[in-house]
Design a binder for this molecule. Sequence first.
Ligand SMILES: Nc1ncnc2c1ncn2[C@@H]1O[C@H](COP(=O)(O)OP(=O)(O)OP(=O)(O)O)[C@@H](O)[C@H]1O
Ligand SMILES: [Mg+2]
Length: 626
Amino acid sequence: MGEYSPILILGAIIGLFSLCTIVAYLVFKKHKPKDLDRQMSDWALLLRLLGYAKEYWYMFPIALVVMLISVAHDVISPLLIGDIQELLSESFELAELYSIIIVYVAVLAVSMLCTYLQALILQSVGQKILSKLRQAVYDHIQCLSHNQLNHIPVGVLVTRAVHDPSGVSNLFTNVLVTLVKNVMVVIAVVVAMLMLNYGLTLVMLCFMPYTILLAYVFRKFFRNAHRNVTDANTALNAFLSENLSGMKITQIFNREDRKMEEFLQRSDGLKKARQGRIVIASFFRPLIQMINYCSLLALFYFAGKGYIQETDFLGQTITASVLVSFYMYNSKFYRPLFAIVDQFDALQQAYASAEKIFRVLDTQPELVDEADAIEVPEIRGEIEFRDVWFAYEPDVWVLRGVSFKVQPGQTVAFVGATGSGKTTILSLLCRNYDIQKGQILLDGIDIRKIKISSLRSHFGQMLQDVFLFSGTVRDNIALGLEVSDREVWEAMRLVNADGFVKNLPDGLSHEVRERGNNFSAGQRQLISFARTVLHKPAVMIMDEATANIDTETEVLIQDSLEKMRNIGTVLVVAHRLSTIQNADNIIVLSQGEILEQGNHQQLLSLHGRYHKLYTLQQQKELLQKS
Ligand SMILES: Nc1ncnc2c1ncn2[C@@H]1O[C@H](COP(=O)(O)OP(=O)(O)OP(=O)(O)O)[C@@H](O)[C@H]1O
Ligand SMILES: [Mg+2]
């Protein structure tokens, strides 16, 4: 009994550690919030991810073969060192020592070459998968409806499209390879040890179940820790992307301190989440290390005793070379286990990212073409709203029974107080949202029966906030359309945008910075007009196109509007009634309902809301002039 006491003590220590781990796990499991639970299992995630690697399957067997060769070093080197030890303990031939060293160097060189090749192959596959994932996420985001996009902060989408795919690609370039390679090393080392001395191998293997148990228990801890880190990261990114865009407002209103506080709060959240992950890893690693040392001590105890006392151990004699080889195998056996543990951490990180990506990919786009939707290559431009009811949020009606008809080529204006539903009407026409009741018809066809891409191709939109992309003036007007410079200039001439573009240092190639912040509001409007005209839509939509501009530009825009009337149907929202006096029909809205409609003269003679608005504006202009 006394002879085995060291082993019993070691066993008791490991047992105690394991018990503590299980108790901690049970406590953690009990207090874990429900929504932290993952909806997809690890296997389901892995299988789905492997789908993205399917195309490059032929690279994996090559990488596997190369990997197998590189593993040879881990198996052969302890044997060779053992041989040297054996050789040195007796009188030896120098030539024999040299030959062992040459074999060792050769094995090492081949192994290094194979490790390099394997990294090269897998990195290139990983980058391809990364790009595919990014593409899939971006493509899917583009299919989401305005309503769905309104509910996801931009920063979150950026994280999904950039940060998360990188986490997942690490799975292919690093994690899976290291896992497979290290599992192979462990198996190869065990086989080599069994062939050398099965008794000592069994002693070492006694400690293996503890490692597996620990890995299993800690898997849950790691998973939740990674989920917390990903969530905190996303929250910080969402905050950053929103507040960097609004930085100027923060500065104007002197709210830097307040925003800093909010930033620190989120940054602190990320710090704590990361610390949580480190704490878990710092518990896990020493526990595994502890098992490694226990196994080493057990090896020294049994093998050392057998060697010194020259006794058998389980029927096998123990030589100095066996002792040295086993000492090396012990570290070769545990080092991959550590690596597996490290990769385990990265694996959970990749799973957490993958889950977030799949959640976006699994969000069904709300607006999809109906099965019997048709292409409409050409339209006349007749529009009809039949008793349309619409709400952005359930039961908060923004439009209530709106009905009107626009004949092809007509210009129709929408007038009304702020929030009365003007922009909403224009938005519904392009099917940015689906209506709840009623019908919207284009050339007599319900717009839900027309393919969305076909429908939108007939509209040219000039919206309230003109959005310019970073690039050149030309890029912003052509928007990817294959057109000549002559056509671009023609479009600009029609809408009077050519004057200011000519004066830009680089003309059409002049740089447009993010959101067009190096252009004035009027210039941005004119660029958006040129963009619309160049795309030759059958229906042109202008939302408050004449707001926020000086009188000179207003005259230019007024003139362009008149010219555009000849291109097709025009729907326009304007606060300045002077700009829409020539419209064929003016629709006056109030709280989502049509109050009155008719042309300028008809509405004035009604002496209703339009008359009131018009007289008020006239008085204001007179006051300004005097
Ligand atoms: N994405 C949205 N989600 C929820 N409610 C919205 C959304 N967009 C607009 N609304 C609401 O719908 C109503 C009509 O908005 P809309 O933008 O159509 O007004 P508008 O007539 O264009 O006003 P303005 O003259 O100020 O541009 C408003 O009460 C507004 O709060
Ligand atoms: Mg509006």
